[in-house]
Design a protein around this ligand. Structure first.
Ligand SMILES: *[C@@H]1O[C@H](CO)[C@@H](O)[C@H](O)[C@H]1NC(C)=O
Ligand SMILES: *[C@@H]1O[C@H](CO)[C@@H](O)[C@H](O)[C@H]1NC(C)=O
Ligand SMILES: *[C@@H]1O[C@H](CO)[C@@H](O)[C@H](O)[C@H]1NC(C)=O
Ligand SMILES: *[C@@H]1O[C@H](CO)[C@@H](O)[C@H](O)[C@H]1NC(C)=O
Ligand SMILES: *[C@@H]1O[C@H](CO)[C@@H](O)[C@H](O)[C@H]1NC(C)=O
Length: 808
């Protein structure tokens, strides 16, 4: 391979000459922008000073092409000043980095008496210090000191390891490490400030010795300890771990990086592309990576939203912006008390596990025995219990005094039993599901990209993947998915960037104009625009909304918002097919709903909404809103729930529409209410918070939902449903419907009769399920409570309604 022809003639001469006359070469930080950047022969890589903060630079190597991905750093933990810092090759043969002309922060620690030291920069990304005298000798090379990335053909050996960076924007050493352990096995480890543990491969797989040394297992007896990714995308480790990237066979640029989230990914990029795509992942289930969610918190993973952390009930965040710090109890420790059973209560958290750090493991203990053990131990925070035998005879009890590596895996058969003080009643049992503080913009979220192989067997494998994920047999999964991801090498396989994003696309204005026959068939109005029916070029029927209000919004802002809406994917949310932003035109393209809106159906005299449909609509709407509120990816409030915005498909399944157009909220900004300078909503459905200028939370949607349900039950409209403007808002917190229902309920209880038959929509007659009706009406009244804290969350509503789904 050709060695470097550094761009700058000055350096060409310096580097390819002998250093006989003590003329040391140096690269200074001030000039790095102008001309001192050094590029490899074909220009693929650049070496120079990379800005990592305010007046802070690291000497680094990066891809010349945008996005200038860093592949190596000399001084990641000790950046140098932006003034008078230099990288110099001394006549002694030492390459040194000097901070502000004063301190040496880094050096290659090389020395030679030879006068023929040369620094070469190859197109492989390797920076090499050679002694070029009679016997050419390698003094130092950057490939031997990787940071978080391995380039093709760059081996990771015994003496080296990869350390992740601290976050997506902070390149200093983070908490994750890829290395060979003393048993010659390639491992991933979390090395946090307090605790450390290995999370790949899991220990228990090793000790079981299942197919150890063959197939997917690791071989412990080859002490060469080396792993390398070749030019074709094949990764081989001396412990017999191998894998192929999904684009195996193609010669394109790749890199293997231990990302700051603790996962190892292989990325590929083709010439001319400006984005790396993931072509291999080590640890497929992100919640099994340790250290993401700190002590006493739980990691959960949903394909649509990625990874999120939540506090245990009764616990709160230590730092709500940094999940890794975990949660602390809101209550005092028990040790002051005499631990009798009356002092503690035990709360079961299904599907939750805390990996490792058992205080003790007790065989043959029943649940009650396990409880007693925990009670006797001051520091016991809870336990895991499993019973394999009949009647829990062979129960296994794992006491925990530390709650680390918590995760929740849907379908996981065990529960975690949390100990709480019995005096504590004000915790939210649903903390696990709700009330998440999103991690803000700290760190870049890396999207996992599922791969789909050839169509016919891709789905089978996906199912296998899900099945085993559900079984909680995580380690088997990793290998299986690994194999599934890496086996085939056909280049044109489909790679879905995000499942929900498939089909989401940009439309041209003329295309939509044609689809709607020049906007001729209007099917709705409101929410800042007019909706037209249209037929797309692929013959799909679509609802096309033409927005008036956002016409002066910039295209990028518009795009940012729509792509978030487009990513939401739930059966009770309207699906978005795409958007159009051209000049002044802003249009959104949605799935077409055959049965129109709930409002139209309630108004219609044909009385198509029988009881089971109404109940189902209430439940589905609650589910859709719960999804909107609680997915951590983006915290979205609807702010305009009304029957006009609940659409019905051909099966009368409800789909919430018109969400996401109100400003996207995250928890931090909703506290000070700053995103809501304008009142939003519709007369009759608006929560009192709007009028009284109280903090806006997801409970405003709960209120509106309650009104919609009351309307469905009673058939009475709270108002005429006129959209409220800022000026007239004051007078429109309208309680007439709520008051009417409450009065009926009160009167009924005075005479001791049932109340629901006094409020029910006359159109239903007696064709409804009394039990369901009572649940629904009760829940709806709770939803419209003036005090937002009394209102249940949307997921609590959904759960309660779901429990009675099959009553009728
Ligand atoms: C990066 O993180 C380290 C460790 O937390 C911190 O000391 C340093 O100031 C951070 N650097 C930047 C640029 O934020
Ligand atoms: C390592 O893997 C290769 C190829 O799968 C196999 O032939 C070999 O026997 C394995 N070595 C050990 C020690 O398991
Ligand atoms: C050990 O691993 C290296 C690298 O994979 C391989 O080249 C070598 O043949 C292995 N040695 C034995 C004894 O298996
Ligand atoms: C603690 O409880 C035990 C029995 O439940 C009792 O014998 C003991 O006196 C109590 N100790 C204190 C300090 O209350
Ligand atoms: C478990 O308990 C049962 C019933 O008490 C007993 O018969 C059995 O021997 C115990 N097993 C062990 C391993 O202690």
């Amino acid at each position: 391979m050709a060695s470097s022809t550094f761009l700058l003639p000055l350096f060409v001469s310096l580097i390819f000459h002998n250093f006989q006359h003590s003329s040391s070469f140096s690269l200074s930080v001030e000039k790095f922008k102008e001309d001192v950047i050094v590029s490899s022969p074909k220009g693929k890589f650049t070496a120079g000073f990379y800005p990592v903060g305010d007046n802070a630079y690291c000497f680094a190597i990066w891809y010349t092409q945008p996005p200038h991905t860093l592949v190596w750093m000399a001084n990641r933990d000790q950046p140098v000043n932006g003034k008078r810092s230099t990288l110099s090759l001394l006549t002694t043969g030492n390459l040194v980095l000097t901070d502000a002309a004063q301190f040496m922060v880094w050096s290659t620690n090389t020395a030679t008496s030879s006068k023929q030291v040369q620094l070469h920069f190859y197109d492989t990304g390797n920076l090499v210090l050679l002694d070029n005298s009679d016997n050419v000798a390698l003094l130092w090379q950057s490939f031997d000191f990787p940071t978080d990335t391995l380039l093709p053909n760059q081996p990771l050996r015994k003496s080296t390891n990869l350390i992740s960076s601290r976050s997506g924007t902070n390149y200093s050493s983070g908490y994750y490490k890829l290395f060979f352990d003393f048993e010659n096995v390639l491992r991933l480890m979390y090395q946090g400030p307090q605790v450390s543990s290995v999370y790949w491969p899991y220990d228990w797989l090793r000790s079981n010795n299942i197919d150890y040394g063959i197939g997917n297992g690791r071989y412990t007896f080859n002490d060469s300890r080396v792993v390398v990714l070749d030019d074709f995308g094949y990764l081989v480790s001396s412990d017999n771990f191998t894998s192929k990237t999904s684009d195996y066979g193609m010669i394109i640029q790749r890199r293997l990086t231990l990302d700051h989230d603790g996962n190892v990914r292989v990325y590929s990029i083709k010439d001319g592309q400006d984005k790396w795509s993931v072509s291999g992942i080590f640890r497929r289930q992100p919640c099994f990576i340790h250290g993401i969610c700190g002590p006493s918190s739980i990691c959960s993973y949903e394909p649509a939203s990625g990874r999120k952390c939540s506090c245990l009930p009764g616990y709160r965040w230590l730092d709500s912006e940094d999940w890794s710090q975990g949660c602390v109890p809101k209550f005092q420790l028990w040790c002051r008390n005499n631990n009798t059973e009356q002092d503690s209560r035990f709360l079961q958290l299904p599907e939750v596990d805390f990996y490792g750090y058992d205080y003790g493991f007790f065989l043959n203990h029943t649940y009650q025995q396990c409880v007693n053990l925990c009670l006797r131990l001051c520091e016991c925070k809870g336990f895991q219990h499993s019973s394999s035998g009949q009647g829990g005879v062979n129960g296994q009890c794992y006491l925990k005094t530390q709650l680390l590596n918590g995760h929740r895996t849907p379908g996981y058969s065990r529960s975690f039993i949390l100990r709480l003080p019995s005096s504590m009643h004000d915790y939210d049992e649903n903390t696990i599901n709700i009330g998440l503080v999103c991690g803000g913009n700290r760190g870049v979220q890396v999207l996992e990209r599922p791969y789909v192989e050839e169509k016919e067997n891709g789905s089978v494998k996906l199912m296998m993947w899900f099945a085993s994920a559900l079984g909680g047999i995580e380690v088997v999964c990793i290998f299986m998915v690994w194999c599934f991801l890496f086996r085939k090498n056909n280049a044109d396989k489909q790679i879905y960037v995000l499942a929900a994003e498939t089909g989401f696309r940009k439309f041209s204005y003329s295309e939509l104009k044609q689809a709607t026959k020049n906007f001729s068939e209007e099917i709705g109005r409101g929410g800042g625009g007019t909706v037209y029916k249209g037929v797309l070029s692929d013959n799909r029927v679509a609802a096309i909304k033409r927005l008036h209000e956002v016409a002066n919004q910039g295209e990028s802002e518009f795009l940012a918002e729509t792509s978030i809406i487009g990513r939401l994917n739930h059966m009770n949310l309207i699906g978005m097919l795409g958007y159009c932003a051209e000049g002044k035109h802003r249009l959104l393209v949605y799935d077409y709903m055959e049965n129109g809106s709930l409002a139209q159906n309630l108004d219609s005299s044909s009385n198509v909404l029988d009881w089971s449909k109404r109940y189902n609509i209430a439940l589905g709407t609650a589910r859709g809103l719960a999804y909107l509120h609680e997915e951590c990816l983006e915290w979205i409030l609807h702010c305009d729930i009304k029957p006009q915005n609940v659409l019905l498909d051909s099966d009368y399944q409800p789909k919430v529409a018109d969400f996401g157009l109100s400003k996207l909220l995250n928890r931090n900004s909703n506290l000070n209410n700053s995103n809501f300078s304008r009142i939003r909503g519709t007369r009759g459905y608006m929560a009192p918070e709007w009028v009284f200028n109280l903090p806006i939370t997801s409970k405003v949607d709960v209120y509106s939902y309650g009104i919609v349900v009351l309307e469905m039950i009673t058939g009475r409209s709270p108002t005429t449903g006129v959209r409220v403007t800022e000026l007239e808002a004051e007078s429109h917190h309208d309680e007439r419907l709520v008051t009417w229902v409450r009065e009926k309920k009160m009167k009924a209880s005075e005479v001791g009769s049932t109340w629901v038959d006094r409020i029910v929509d006359p159109a239903l007659g007696s064709n409804y399920d009394m039990n369901q009706m009572e649940i629904l009406a009760t829940v709806a009244l709770e939803c419209v409570d003036e005090d937002k804290d009394v209102r249940p969350s949307m997921s609590q509503v959904a759960e309660r309604l779901q429990n009675h789904e099959n009553d009728s």
